[in-house]
Design a protein around this ligand. Sequence first.
Ligand SMILES: [Zn+2]
Ligand SMILES: [Zn+2]
Length: 175
Amino acid sequence: MLINLTELFSVEGKVKHYICELEFSEFRVPEGTYAVVEKTPVNLDITNKGNKVFSVTGSVDVSLEMPCSRCLDPVKVDFHLEIDDEIDMKQTDKERMEALDEQFYVNGYNLDVDQMVRNELTLSLPMKVLCDEDCKGICNRCGTNLNRGTCDCDTRSLDPRMSVIQDIFKQLKEV
Ligand SMILES: [Zn+2]
Ligand SMILES: [Zn+2]
C-alpha cells in the first residue's frame, strides 16, 4: 500500500493514523524465498514535524515459513516488527539512497508501506532456523531426514566416538 504524504503537508504537528494491509505474500532475499503464512495489518502513525520532516512509528506481526537450517523442513518463524523512522522530504531520492544501504521506501511523495516492512524484516532475519533444538538433520550421504528415520549409510569414519571404540577392539585383539 502507498501512502501519499502530501495529505499531511498542510498542518504541522498533524498526526494521522493508518491501518494498512500488507500486499506481499512472499519475502524474497538472496538466500531464498519465504512464504508469508500469517500477518496482521500494519498500524502506523505518521506525524508532520514541520520543515518537511515526518516521523513514522508503528508495528506489525508477520510469520514466515523458513526451512530448518539442519533438515530443511518448513518452520513457522514469527516476527514482531517495530517501526520508528524519520523521513526528511527535503532530501532528494538520490540523497536518501546514498544515506542508506537498504532499499528506500519513499518515492516522490509516496510512502511504500510494503517496502518499509520488507526492510525491517531483512534486518530481523535469524542467522539460523531450527525446527527443534535437537533436530538431527539429514544424512549427508543419502539425504534421509534423521528425525523421521534411520539409514544404512556407513558414517563410521565421520564419527570420532566410533573410531575410539574400534581402537579399543584392536587393542583387545593384540593382547
Ligand atoms: Zn530440522
Ligand atoms: Zn544415509
